[in-house]
Design a protein around this ligand. Structure first.
Ligand SMILES: *Cc1c(COP(=O)(O)O)cnc(C)c1O
Length: 353
């Protein structure tokens, strides 16, 4: 039996989230100006402008609505997530909005700045020694606190309304309406949970668009091989260096069936594309945006070689201010990605053809 006050709290909570959405503007679709690629229009959907600074704002909103409407989160429920990244920050924001305790389970070696962001939104961080313990520890903590484990890597694909409701796919196609090539030849995206690529791929099929979904995968990630071999049991020992994307195991929310093409992008190429973006536009982004952009630029160069015209869209997943000590610190980059210069030279020469 659910009593009426419990139900009215859930109604209030859903209303809070909807009101937050109503107060927010849509994220910009930025058009790049690349004279070398005349006839191929390139666009970036800028997800860094959400209140919590990344595309995980959409995911956190969807996961909260999913959990509320499925009866998993009630007044006072402790919300738990396994995340050392953007998901923990965005979920902490929504938990505070609803007055719920929030615990992010993260590796002990997580950067202090990340811990500070979760704590800024009133969340608590719970540490494990090794990243592989995060999932089991989250389940244990949920049991112990009678709380709820959000489990982004399981539920990301189903929490979002793939048919529309202003999801990222619907927003992109609406913002493209007045462009010369309104239906993109391809949308390029990387995968972390795989939730965004699942939403894009499903929406494209639902609407019957000819747009191809290309998913780019960094070094130290199993998604590419799993897509090619259809083997979901693949694992790796070592994690990705590109924050937010690439996984050592095939997560449940990764939907390879809706992906038309996958490409491997070397980490140094991701950073080269990130630098290129900053030089071209002044925009500083996170490294996964570099992976996306390398994928989009190489695709555009192939289209040019085939004398095709059209449009391509990818995402700015988060902004660079979170990474001033890492991806935007030249000394750190030189140590981590010694081949950066080679990929910068390669990008410039490919663009010039
Ligand atoms: C989560 C994330 C992605 C990937 O998005 P998914 O929908 O989880 O696949 C890309 N970049 C950043 C910075 C992220 O946090």
């Amino acid at each position: 039996m659910t009593d009426s006050s419990a139900r009215s709290w859930v109604a209030w909570a859903v209303q809070q989230i909807q009101a937050d959405t109503q107060r927010s503007a849509d994220t910009h679709l930025i058009k790049l100006n690349v004279p070398e690629l005349a006839g191929i229009d390139l666009y970036l959907k800028d997800e860094s402008t959400h209140p919590t600074g990344s595309l995980k704002h959409r995911l956190a909103r969807s996961l909260f609505l999913y959990a509320l409407c499925n009866g998993h989160i009630k007044e006072g429920t402790t919300v738990i997530e396994a995340s050392s990244g953007s998901t923990a920050v965005s979920e902490a924001y929504f938990a505070r909005m609803l007055g719920l305790p929030f615990i992010a389970v993260m590796p002990r070696k997580t950067a202090q700045s990340k811990i500070a962001q979760v704590e800024f939104y009133g969340g608590r961080c719970h540490f494990v020694d090794c990243p592989t313990q995060m999932h089991a520890e989250s389940i244990a903590l949920a049991k112990h606190t009678h709380g709820y484990f959000m489990d982004q890597f399981r539920f990301a694909e189903r929490a979002t309304d793939w048919r529309g409701n202003n999801n990222i796919a619907e927003s992109i196609f609406r913002q493209m309406q007045n462009e010369p090539h309104a239906i993109p030849s391809a949308i390029v995206m990387s995968a972390g949970t795989g939730g965004t690529s699942a939403t894009l791929g499903r929406y494209i099929r639902y609407k019957g668009f000819a747009t191809q979904l290309h998913v780019v995968d960094p070094d130290n990630s199993v998604f590419f091989d799993a897509w090619r071999s259809k083997d979901r049991s693949l694992t790796l020992a070592c994690g990705s260096k590109i924050e937010g994307i690439g996984r050592p195991q095939v997560e449940a929310s990764f939907m390879p069936e809706v992906i038309d093409q996958m490409h491997k992008v070397p980490d140094a190429a991701s950073i080269a594309a990130l630098r290129w973006l900053e030089q071209q536009t002044g925009i500083r982004a996170g490294a996964s945006t570099g992976t996306n952009l390398w994928g989009m630029l190489t695709l555009a160069i192939k289209m040019r070689a085939a004398r095709q015209q059209g449009s391509l869209v990818t995402l700015i997943c988060d902004g660079g201010q979170r990474y001033m000590d890492t991806y935007h610190n030249p000394a750190w980059v030189a140590e981590q990605f010694p081949q950066l210069g080679d990929y910068q030279a390669r990008l410039n020469s490919m663009l010039l053809k």
